[in-house]
Design a protein around this ligand. Structure first.
Ligand code: CAA
Length: 400
C-alpha cells in the first residue's frame, strides 16, 4: 500500500519526456522545381502550393532499419544503452510481416539482450503512440530509458499526384525521467475513426490515397482534438509558444496554423505563424517521413527558432491516416539544445548531393521489396549502417 501511495506521488511530480532527439535521412535529394518541370507542372505548385523545396531520395542500400540505426547512433551514449530496456519502432513501411524492425536495430546498436523490442503501426500516428507508451513505462520504472523510433519511406509512385509528397528518413527519441528537451504534459486529447483516406494493402509497395479527402480529414481531426484539448486542460492558444504539426507536405501544416489562429489577435497569429515557418524548414527540404514527420518538425523548430526559452509550452498535433489523431503538449526544458547532441542538421541537409530526376526514378525502382537473393553495392553510401543485400530472403545489414 505504502509503495503505491509513494509511486503515485512520484508520478505526479516526476517530469518525463524527450531527453534526446536524433534524425537521419540519406545524403541524396531531388530538386522540386526540376521535378515539377519534368512533370509539366508549374514549379510554384510544388514550391508554394504544396510547400516542398527538396525531396529525400532513398538509395536501395537504406531502409527503415538502417535509417533508424543511423538516427539512433547520433544520440545514444554507452550509459543510455545500459539504461535502455525498451525499444519501440513505429513504421508503416516495415520490411517484414512478422519480425519487428526494432530487433534488427537493437542488434546494430549493440543493445543488451534483456530488453523489450517491438514494432507498432498506425500510419503516421505510430511514433506518437510509441512516445506515449514510453512515457507510461518510465512512470512505472523511473530509471528506465526508452528508445522510440519513427522511420519510413513515403512512396506513392512515379508520376502520381502524391509523388511530390514523398520523402523518407528516421527520427530517434530517447524518453526518460528529467528529460533535457521536452517534459510531456499528462493530459492530451485523441480521436480514432475508421476512415479510408490512405492505406497500403498487403503486397503493395506504394500507398493508396484519396489525397484531397485525406487533407480534409486531417483538418477536421485537428479541429476536434484541439477543441477537446482545450476543454480537458483549460489551456488556450495564447498559452502555446509554438504549435507543431504532422507535415505530410508543409502546406497542410500552414492550413492547420491558419485554422487554429482564425479570429486570434494579430500579434498571436504573427508569433505562431513565424514559429511555424521555423518548424517547417527541415520538412520542406526532406519531404514526408510519415510517422517521423512531426518530430522532424520539432527538431526544425528547436534548431531554427531564436525566440524559444525554457518553460515555453509547445503544442503538438499528430495525425495518422485511417484515422487517428492526438493533440498533446510539453514544456521546454533548460537544456533543450543539448538534447540534440551538437549535430547541425541545417549543415547536414545542405551537404547532401542533388540527383537528377532520371537518377531519382532509377533509385526509386531499385528499392528492394521482394528479392530472394541480391547483393547491393554500398560503396557510395556514406551512412554508417547500410543494407548490403538479401540472402534467401534475409536482409543483410552491416556497419561500415
Ligand atoms: N502556384 C501556387 N500554388 C499552386 C499552383 C501554382 N502555380 N498550382 C497549384 N497550386 C496549389 C493549389 O491551389 C493547391 O493549393 P490548396 O491546397 O491550397 O488548394 C495546391 O497547390 C495543390 O494543388 P492540387 O490540389 O491541384 O494538387 P494535386 O491534386 O496534384 O494533389 C495532394 C495535392 C492532394 C496533396 C497530393 O499530392 C496527394 O495526394 N498527396 C498525398 C496525400 C497526403 O499527403 N495527404 C495528407 C493527409 S494524410 C496524412 O497526413 C498521412 C500521411 O502522411 C500520408
Amino acid at each position: 500500500m505504502y509503495d503505491i501511495v509513494k509511486k503515485t506521488k512520484e508520478w505526479k511530480f516526476m517530469k518525463i519526456g524527450i531527453d534526446k532527439l536524433g534524425f537521419f535521412t540519406p545524403d541524396l535529394y531531388v530538386d522540386m522545381a526540376e521535378l515539377a518541370r519534368t512533370r509539366h507542372e508549374d514549379p510554384n505548385k510544388y514550391l508554394i502550393g504544396i510547400g516542398q523545396a527538396k525531396m529525400a531520395v532513398i538509395p536501395p542500400t537504406q531502409d527503415v532499419v538502417t535509417m533508424a540505426a543511423n538516427a539512433a547512433q547520433r544520440i545514444l551514449t554507452v550509459d543510455d544503452k545500459e539504461q535502455l530496456d525498451l525499444v519501440i519502432f513505429a513504421t508503416e513501411s516495415g520490411i517484414d510481416n512478422s519480425k519487428a524492425a526494432a530487433v534488427y536495430v537493437a542488434r546494430l546498436l549493440g543493445l543488451k539482450s534483456n530488453i523489450r523490442a517491438f514494432e507498432v503501426k498506425q500510419a503516421c500516428y505510430g511514433a506518437t503512440a510509441g512516445l506515449q507508451l514510453a512515457r507510461d513505462h518510465v512512470a512505472l520504472f523511473p530509471r528506465s530509458k526508452v528508445l522510440v523510433i519513427g522511420a519510413d519511406i513515403a512512396r506513392y509512385g512515379l508520376k502520381t499526384p502524391g509523388e511530390p509528397t514523398q520523402g523518407g528518413g528516421a527520427v530517434a527519441l530517447l524518453v526518460s525521467a528529467d528529460p533535457q528537451i521536452l517534459a510531456l504534459d499528462k493530459q492530451s486529447a485523441y480521436q480514432t475513426q475508421d476512415i479510408m483516406d490512405f492505406w497500403r494493402p498487403l503486397g503493395q509497395t506504394e500507398a493508396m490515397v484519396d489525397g484531397k479527402y485525406s487533407s480534409n480529414i486531417y483538418l477536421e481531426f485537428l479541429d476536434h482534438v484541439w477543441q477537446d484539448y482545450q476543454q480537458k486542460t483549460g489551456l488556450k492558444l495564447e498559452d502555446l509558444a509554438a504549435v507543431l504539426f504532422h507535415l505530410p507536405y508543409t502546406k497542410l501544416g500552414l492550413k492547420g496554423i491558419r485554422q487554429l489562429t482564425t479570429g486570434a489577435e494579430p500579434a498571436l497569429t504573427l508569433r505562431l505563424t513565424k514559429e511555424f515557418e521555423h518548424a517547417r524548414t527541415f520538412n520542406r527540404l526532406v519531404g514526408n517521413l510519415y510517422t517521423g514527420s512531426l518530430y522532424l518538425s520539432l527538431l526544425s523548430l528547436l534548431q531554427q527558432s531564436e525566440q524559444l526559452i525554457a518553460g515555453d509550452r509547445l503544442g503538438l498535433f499528430s495525425y495518422g491516416s485511417g484515422a487517428e489523431a492526438e493533440f498533446y503538449s510539453g514544456i521546454l526544458q533548460p537544456d533543450f539544445k543539448a538534447g540534440l547532441m551538437g549535430v547541425d542538421y541545417s549543415q547536414l541537409l545542405a551537404n547532401r548531393q542533388q540527383v537528377s530526376v532520371d537518377k531519382y526514378e532509377h533509385l526509386f525502382k531499385q528499392q528492394l521489396f521482394h528479392a530472394a537473393t541480391e547483393e547491393l553495392d554500398y560503396s557510395n553510401d556514406p551512412a554508417r549502417f547500410v543494407l548490403a543485400g538479401v540472402k534467401e530472403y534475409q536482409r543483410q545489414y552491416l556497419e561500415h
